[in-house]
Design a protein around this ligand. Structure first.
Ligand SMILES: [Zn+2]
Length: 457
């Protein structure tokens, strides 16, 4: 029962039936983090999304090589090392520290570790070889010890992000960089003073950002990937550049299906390090269980922007508790291993099988988790009344969505001056019969984990 999954392809801008290159062996690449600080809840959305894609593919019997890089050399890391240690060459210490914290965070979110998690600085010789090949083939040129990709040498540039090359050129920042032949050209290699970083035949330096993903994808996944994922913000220029490099190096097409998850926003603005409006995963875990955050991500379709709020997290927690209650008590029968759906369904009666097919069809349809959860809530009575269905639903949610479905601990909230002040304000608002203000304060208190029960005023 293969070839029933479909995903939205960014390149084609349509939903495509998933047909892998090599029958049952899948190569999937997702861009990793630059670990110079803790990961935020925008990162969490990306890695939870692709964790479910990974689980879903494996549930279909595919063998999946999942590759996620670690960018351990970059301007941000050098700056952080300079700030923290007074020595930019300690960038590796910064990267090691934050990469470990990132891995802990995504494991707490229930993500399975990738098959490979290569670090860029462990692959510098391969990167230098790739840059040399691009120079030799005319796709790149050396200028003052740096190497740039010649965008005009690649006819399909702009296709992934659906941008016209003329518009891109007109919109390109005017930089004080007359080394480049064209403002769209991008650095494959950045020149550094003699003796610093790595030596090449065109001088000392370090890799530009984009080349690492082309080289690591090729090293661990071969010339062609079945799926390439990442956040929407990576589509341009990062993925456009990756595609240009890889297709010039290893032939087209680099990727069968490009998948991008949408942003997490705060008050209509994208959450990002640079805007300073982010919440780190660790901060979020202080206020909600990691599993609730995972569920919150999943019930919002990955292609739609997610407007983050603590009120919505509180709502998701309630919804998740309903789902847990619906699935019944007791441990899930499945182990950590991903269940093979078709094998499992063979043991069911035809009517049960039909029911589960209808439920799971939502996931096959571009990972429509909220559609699947909607189906489950809609048929809650039938599921509760039927122990085999109940156990099957629970096992599939556990295995493919990565939810434990174990009861959440009762929240005990320590009284803080902030909470006391909100309670006092609310008492006052109710005395004044200011119900609007009272409701606002209730929402704020609930977001802090305080349930408010009112008697008569
Ligand atoms: Zn990348």
């Amino acid at each position: 029962m293969i070839n029933k999954l479909s995903f939205t392809s960014t390149l084609c801008r349509s939903q495509e039936l998933f047909i892998p290159y090599n029958d049952r062996n899948i190569h999937m690449y997702v861009c990793g983090v630059t670990p110079y600080d803790d990961a935020h809840i925008g990162h969490g959305r990306c890695y939870v999304t692709f964790d479910v894609v990974y689980r879903l593919l494996r549930s279909q019997g595919y063998q999946v090589k999942y590759i996620r890089n670690i960018t351990d050399i970059d301007d941000k890391l050098l700056n952080r090392a300079r700030d923290q240690y007074g020595d930019q060459f300690r960038y590796n210490d910064v990267a090691t520290y934050y990469a470990k914290r990132f891995q802990e965070d995504v494991i707490r979110l229930g993500c399975i570790s990738p098959s490979f998690e290569p670090r860029v600085t462990d692959h510098i010789p391969e990167i230098i070889t790739a840059v040399e090949q691009l120079v030799d083939s005319g796709h790149a040129y050396v200028a003052n010890g740096s190497v740039y990709y010649r965008v005009s040498s690649y006819a399909s540039y702009g296709a992934l992000s659906h941008q016209n090359i003329g518009d891109l050129r007109a919109g390109a920042r005017v930089e004080c960089n007359d080394e480049k032949e064209d403002p769209l050209d991008f650095a494959l290699w950045k020149a550094e003073p003699e003796g610093e970083f790595w030596q090449t035949k065109w001088g000392w330096g370090r890799p530009g950002w984009h080349i690492e993903c082309s080289v690591l994808a090729h090293t661990y996944g071969g010339a062609h990937l079945d799926l390439h994922g990442g956040g929407m913000d990576l589509m341009f220029p990062h993925h456009e550049n990756e595609r240009a490099q890889s297709e010039a190096l290893y032939g087209a097409p680099f990727v069968k299906i490009w998948m991008h998850n949408a942003f997490v926003r705060v008050q209509q603005e994208k959450m990002s390090k640079s805007l300073g409006n982010f919440v780190t995963l660790r901060q979020a875990f202080e206020r909600c269980e990691p599993e609730v955050l995972r569920y919150y991500y999943l019930i919002h379709h990955y292609r739609k922007p997610l407007d983050f709020s603590w009120d919505d997290i509180a709502g998701a927690r309630k919804s998740y508790q309903r789902l847990i209650a619906l699935c019944g008590v007791g441990a899930v029968a499945a182990t950590q291993e991903i269940v093979q759906i078709d094998d499992y369904l063979e043991n069911l009666q035809p009517a049960e099988r039909e029911f589960i097919h209808r439920m799971i069809a939502n996931l096959y349809d571009d990972v429509n988790v909220q559609g699947m959860c909607g189906f489950i809530f809609e048929h809650a009575d039938a599921i509760r009344a039927h122990p085999v269905l109940q156990q099957t639903v629970k096992m599939l949610l556990h295995s493919i969505l990565g939810l434990s479905l174990q009861p959440l601990p009762e929240k005990t909230v320590a009284m803080t001056p902030e909470i006391q002040q909100l309670l006092d304000e609310r008492t006052e608002a109710r005395k004044q019969r200011d119900w609007k203000r009272s409701d606002e304060l209730r929402a704020q208190l609930e977001a802090l984990g305080v349930a408010v029960r009112d008697g008569k005023v």
